[in-house]
Design a protein. Structure first.
Length: 359
């Protein structure tokens, strides 16, 4: 990584322009309506918070058309032990969302990270049995109820030094790279209609990690399509990191390659990590808006883009809260990463997102 992020250079012009053009909150439609007008689904990940916070649930009702299961369908949450599937949380989320007329995305069926301890020590034959059993049971349970599934999450992590840049974990250990194809084929057999997505991280960042993952993902997708593997969509997480170099136009060009192959493209976990930005809350919120708006100004041009999903909907429940409190346990600073704030009212990022959607 050789280039440095310059806040002053990157933010001064966008902020000056935003001050002249930004619409007021009262003038805006919901983000879901703004997205729908250009043929996109807008939504956010969702967890237990919405069942416990009625105001937050109301925000989802107004602002989203699609929700992603946050942790409820991840392997470690579903399989606390070898012989038990803990479906209760996911069942509740899927039923409530569908009852409210929302589409639902499943996340993340197979991931080599965040696997439970009981998988360790299993033989490859035992891992294969668990892998197949898990896909068969989970995908079949929600067949006909989901819009799409992140079948394989973050297949690459070159920073670990694995041959081919693959992310290390039990599934790679059991099958080698063929675990990806196996997962997609098995998922399609369990649900013939759901959209099957390959979800990846870091590609939106123009640093060593992002630039190393992009060609690996491109080659994997081409290989899967060549083999006739049932792949419908590619997801890009879009956790924006202002402290790292970025070239959002280059990312949009890269992502468009998949749309031109006939695949859907999703932005699956959009937010802005504000940890490197100023402590001043107002200035930090404006900086987040400028960065998020600049990204969407390019990303919304991606060929085949069908969905924009944020990771949670309001700062009250952003995952950066836990990260910040771990790094700075005595800090009172509250993260600002999303379209809505601690008070569930629109942040400046909301205006930047809305303006990008209606542009």
């Amino acid at each position: 990584m050789t280039r440095k992020f310059s806040r002053r250079a990157a933010l001064a012009a966008p902020l000056a322009l935003a001050a002249l053009t930004r619409s007021s909150a009262a003038e805006r439609t919901s983000l879901a309506e703004a997205a729908a007008a250009r043929g996109l689904l807008f939504g956010a990940s969702i967890g237990d918070e919405a069942s416990q916070d009625t105001d937050y649930a109301d925000l989802y009702r107004r602002e989203t058309r699609i929700v992603t299961t946050d942790v409820a369908l991840k392997f470690d949450w579903l399989r606390p032990d070898k012989d038990h599937f803990a479906f209760e949380r996911a069942d509740s989320i899927v039923a409530a969302a569908r009852g409210a007329g929302k589409h639902v995305r499943g996340h993340a069926l197979i991931w080599n990270d965040r696997t439970p301890d009981w998988l360790r020590g299993l033989s490859n034959a035992e891992l294969a049995r668990v892998f197949d059993e898990h896909i068969d049971n989970v995908v079949a349970r929600y067949a006909g109820k989901l819009h799409s599934w992140d079948i394989v999450n973050e297949p690459f992590w070159p920073m670990q030094g694995e041959t081919g840049g693959w992310r290390q974990g039990p599934w790679l250990s059991a099958f080698g790279p063929s675990y990806v194809e196996r997962a997609f084929r098995r998922a399609r057999a369990a649900d013939p209609a759901v959209r099957l997505a390959l979800n990846e991280a870091q590609c939106e960042n123009d640093h060593d990690w992002g630039r190393s993952i992009r060609p690996l993902l491109k080659r994997l997708v081409e290989d899967l399509l060549h083999k006739g593997v049932p792949l419908d969509a590619v997801g890009f997480q879009a956790h924006l990191q202002p402290q790292w170099p970025h070239d959002f136009a280059a990312f949009a060009d890269y992502a468009s390659q998949f749309g031109k192959k006939g695949l859907d493209v999703y932005l699956t976990e959009f937010d802005v990590n504000d940890q490197s930005l100023p402590d001043d809350p107002a200035g930090r919120k404006d900086a987040v808006a400028a960065i998020g708006g600049a990204f969407l100004g390019q990303a919304l041009k991606i060929d085949g883009l069908k969905a924009l999903v944020t990771w949670q909907l309001a700062d009250r429940y952003t995952w950066y809260r836990e990260i910040w409190s771990h790094i700075h346990p005595n800090s009172a600073r509250a993260p600002t990463a999303l379209a809505f704030g601690e008070d569930l009212k629109p942040n400046p990022l909301h205006g930047a997102m809305h303006d990008a959607l209606v542009a």
